[in-house]
Ligand binder design. Structure first.
Ligand code: 3NM
Ligand code: MG
Length: 577
């Protein structure tokens, strides 16, 4: 039997100068990375040399084993079963890692014996399940994100692809086989990658026997450690992010209800919870950082002020790190005027907010309209964790389809009807109520974030895809003023940021007036609170005697937003009735 391994941080070496940097060797860097063996930040090491001869590899393995062995980390060799056989005979190696073009697992097992660790890289469901059937001890799943370390990466699978592979393993009876993911994993994204990749079946919707959940056991990295100025510090930081990803997910993700208690039907925020969140908003004045389109800058800033937030309209990604550090800040990425430079700014800002643990609201404006925008959606979706995705039917459908494999897309098309080519930023109206519910729930469960599909009735799913709320408030006049959809994103940034201030570091609620239950203050509830304020204010303003049409509606709407928020802060919720 191979030894038990801690796969949390799996170091894969690379000796190319571009990765290693000047004046250092692989042995130097591995030595620095494992410098604190008692802390065991790295559980396993793989020597990966694509252009080295066997004799040199054996020498390097001997030098590495003198470091890895005292640290309790097994040492594997990439691709080369022949080198592994020789190194194991010398006592300098514990196994091999095989790609799909290398010697097959059963043959490698015969060559290396039952105690060798044999790992396999898998990019598809088939490869993953087959490797387990063949007797692989663990799997490396990827490529997760584009990486300059492996330039010939064939399949970029993203976190949804990892999730599907974990599901396939569970369903094939291989839920016990450890897995790591590889490709573009850094300290900045490890936490949310661990969280988003996890397969967590929705027990409530599958009936009697709940299938088992499966999480990644860890991450495999090259550049995150091999290129780090201080490899020991990098290993420690990465180990900490993996630990947090396994236990808590992204900082702002919070859903306290166990699956057995959540309702699969409608859910609404209680007036007490809405009041508590709006009061927190009023008292803390969270920063709403908008990276938004040219059309709505002014009205979105005014809406932010009206609901009690502090708006900053800043489209440069360079500013994001400073803004993300401010207490209570939240980011809105609205891709309405997306340009290639703009998209690079968005992804930079998303990474900064993810690192700071602050919420991100994504508004995929006009997502399906052009090939450029569809590409932008893919770039943004792979840039980081998005706490809330808000859009109309066409936009949400585009986001959903963009994360599916070709096969799954065909299945979806057969089930839900063909995806319409989106015209401009119009909503699209192909789906009935049941299909809209299913869409928000599936996208939310896959991305593990709150999803809002706006329309005459809005559908809001919690981040498990279990609770789907319907919001049927608002007024048709909102459709006669430009930017009212975008402004909802700004309001949601304010309420989600305010809700975060009501949570303690461990994610549970600070006790508040009238709201005892911790589940009341999750991101889902914060979104429902924002929508309640926005739509009720619109409905109230639209029927005022002073409002004769869209022109006079706008100032009345701003007044009502401000009035309702101030009333909530003063414990008066009569406006919501
Ligand atoms: N294998 P970095 S991606 C070695 O997809 C390797 O199988 C991959 O490097 C796969 O951590 C990869 O620097 C490179 O992105 C990972
Ligand atoms: Mg290989």
């Amino acid at each position: 039997m191979p030894p038990t391994v801690d796969y949390s941080v799996y170091l894969v070496t690379d000796s190319t100068p571009a990765i290693l940097g000047p004046g250092r060797t692989v042995v130097d860097v591995v030595g620095a990375a494992l410098a604190e063996p008692e802390k065991r930040h790295i559980g396993i090491v793989q020597l990966r040399e694509k252009n080295s001869d066997a004799r040199t590899m054996l020498e390097t393995l001997a030098a590495l084993h003198a470091i890895t062995s005292p640290a309790g980390a097994p040492l594997l060799v990439n691709d080369r079963v022949d080198v592994a056989v020789a190194a194991m005979a010398q006592g300098h190696c514990e196994g091999v890692h095989l790609g799909q073009d290398d010697i097959d697992v059963p043959t490698a097992r015969k060559m290396l014996g039952a105690d060798a660790i044999i790992g396999v890289t898998a990019s598809t469901l088939d490869e993953a399940v087959t490797a387990c059937r063949d007797g692989a001890d663990y799997l490396g799943l990827g490529t997760v994100f584009a990486t300059s370390t492996k330039t010939n990466a064939k399949h970029l699978v993203g976190t949804p692809g990892i999730q599907r592979m974990l599901q396939a393993l569970v369903e094939a009876g291989f839920g016990h086989i450890p897995t790591v993911c590889i490709g573009g994993i850094q300290t900045s994204n490890a936490r949310r990658v661990l969280f988003q990749s996890g397969y967590r079946p929705v027990a409530a919707s599958t009936g009697n026997t709940a299938p088992r959940a499966k999480e990644l056991d860890g991450v495999a990295v090259v550049s995150a450690i091999m290129s780090a100025a201080d490899p020991g510090k990098a290993a420690a930081a990465l180990a900490e992010q993996v630990r947090l990803g396994k236990t808590k997910g992204p900082t702002d993700f919070y859903c306290a209800l166990p699956p057995s208690q959540v309702k699969s039907s409608s859910a609404q925020a209680s007036p007490a919870a809405v009041q508590r969140i709006l009061q927190a908003l009023h008292e803390t004045t969270p920063l709403s950082h908008n990276m938004t389109n040219l059309v709505v800058q002014n009205i979105a800033a005014n809406v932010a002020l009206a609901v009690g937030a502090s708006p900053i309209m800043a489209n440069s990604g360079n500013e994001a790190a400073d803004l993300a550090r401010l207490p209570g800040s939240a980011l809105v990425v609205n891709m309405g005027s997306a340009t290639p430079k703009g998209i690079a700014n968005y992804t930079q800002a998303i990474a900064a907010y993810n690192s700071a643990g602050r919420p991100v609201i994504f508004d995929p404006v006009g997502a399906g309209a052009t090939a450029t925008r569809r590409a932008a959606v893919r770039d943004i979706m792979s840039a980081g964790y998005l706490d809330v995705i808000k859009g109309n039917e066409g936009e949400i459908q585009t986001v959903y389809l963009s994360g599916l494999s070709e096969d799954d897309r065909a299945l979806e098309a057969a089930e839900a009807g063909p995806h319409q080519q989106q015209r401009g930023v119009d909503g699209g109206n192909a789906l009935d109520a049941a299909a809209r519910r299913r869409l928000v729930s599936r996208l939310a469960a896959r991305e593990k974030c709150v999803v809002v599909l706006t329309g005459a009735i809005d559908y809001v799913s919690d981040s498990r895809g279990v609770r789907v709320a319907e919001v049927a408030d608002g007024h048709p006049i909102l459709g006669e003023v430009t930017g009212t959809g975008c402004c909802l994103g700004t309001v949601l940034s304010a309420t989600v940021a305010a809700a975060a201030t009501l949570r303690k570091g461990d994610g549970t609620s600070k006790t508040g007036d009238g709201v005892e239950a911790v589940e009341e203050i999750d991101t889902f509830t914060a979104v429902l609170a924002g929508m309640a304020l926005y739509e009720r204010a619109a409905a109230r303003a639209a029927v005022l005697p002073s409002v004769a049409g869209p022109g006079s509606f706008v100032p009345a709407f701003l007044d009502e937003l401000s009035r309702c928020r101030r009333a909530a802060a003063a414990n008066d919720m009569s406006w919501l009735a």
